[in-house]
Design a protein around this ligand. Structure first.
Ligand SMILES: Nc1ncnc2c1ncn2[C@@H]1O[C@H](COP(=O)(O)OP(=O)(O)O)[C@@H](O)[C@H]1O
Ligand SMILES: [Mg+2]
Length: 263
């Protein structure tokens, strides 16, 4: 009797122990999943916040560039056109002055002709800076060829441009983004990189339209990432985003710059 009593007691103890052990394991698992889930959610929220911050930064740089562009255009219009047309207007009124001598008349007319010609040239230049006519008439390929020619003649740099893609199948807006990206990287290579040799290649890589841009300039520390990005690079990034592509920038001090993006 006594023996069975002890046995039952032991079985109950063992049962309680197992129950307790199961419960502890269960509790540990629940706590583990709860906390790891919380951590995952926290990381996801942090990532999302970073993305939002980044988008904000890009938007800000786009707005800032737009404002700077407007200011520059306003200044160009004011300095190079309005001021000249003003003098033309003054001169035209002078023509009405009674009893002008022949020579005065000639001088005023020459002034008007001269200034109108300058204003016309300037308005052409301003329009060309905004959008080269060759882009509208002959498309991106011709516009890049012209850009390359302008850079190589104005600066001491050799540029090799090769293209195996058909740009005309792209929307004009997309072509314009590619053109603006090239304008920016070329300016950077001259201004910051002091490059003497540049290569621009458009190829189909893994069935994706790809632009590969290389300069042999002084380079910069690209591993600093966002820290080093100015408005120009941010704009390039937002343009590549618009093109639905990916941008990679590789550079080290004294090792030139390699930029690749697809679209
Ligand atoms: N091709 C390049 N060669 C050397 N440094 C470059 C080049 N492109 C960009 N950089 C560096 O990256 C920085 C950011 O460029 P960017 O965003 O275009 O701004 P910004 O041209 O207004 O300075 C530059 O100030 C420069 O230090
Ligand atoms: Mg720049």
């Amino acid at each position: 009797m006594e023996v069975t009593h002890i046995a039952v007691e032991q079985i109950i103890k063992a049962f309680l122990f197992i129950l307790f052990a199961f419960f502890s394991v269960f509790l540990t698992l629940v706590l583990f999943f709860y906390f790891s889930r919380k951590k995952i959610v926290k990381i996801a929220v942090e990532k999302k916040n970073q993305e939002i911050m980044y988008q904000k930064e890009i938007l800000q740089s786009v707005i800032q560039t737009q404002e700077e562009e407007r200011m520059r255009i306003a200044q160009d219009l004011h300095d190079d056109i309005s001021s000249k047309l003003n003098i033309v207007s003054l001169n035209t009124h002078l023509l009405k002055t009674p009893n002008l001598s022949e020579s005065e008349h000639t001088e005023i007319t020459n002034n008007i002709i001269d200034l109108t010609k300058k204003a016309l040239e300037n308005s052409r230049r301003i329009a060309h800076d905004l959008l080269p006519p060759v882009f509208e008439k002959f498309g991106l390929h011709a516009a890049i060829e012209e850009l390359v020619l302008e850079f190589s003649t104005a600066k001491n740099v050799k540029i090799n441009y090769e293209n195996e893609l058909e740009f005309s199948v792209l929307e004009v807006k997309k072509q314009l983004h590619i053109f603006r990206i090239l304008q920016e990287v070329l300016n950077n290579s001259m201004r910051h990189g002091k490059a003497t040799s540049i290569s621009i290649t458009f190829v189909s890589k893994n069935k994706q339209n790809t632009c590969l841009y290389i300069d042999n300039g002084v380079g910069f520390n690209a591993s600093l990432g966002n820290q080093k990005r100015g408005i120009g690079m941010q704009n390039i990034e937002s343009r590549v985003n618009y093109l639905g592509g990916k941008l990679t920038v590789q550079s080290e001090i004294n090792k030139g710059v390699l930029i690749e993006f697809n679209f």
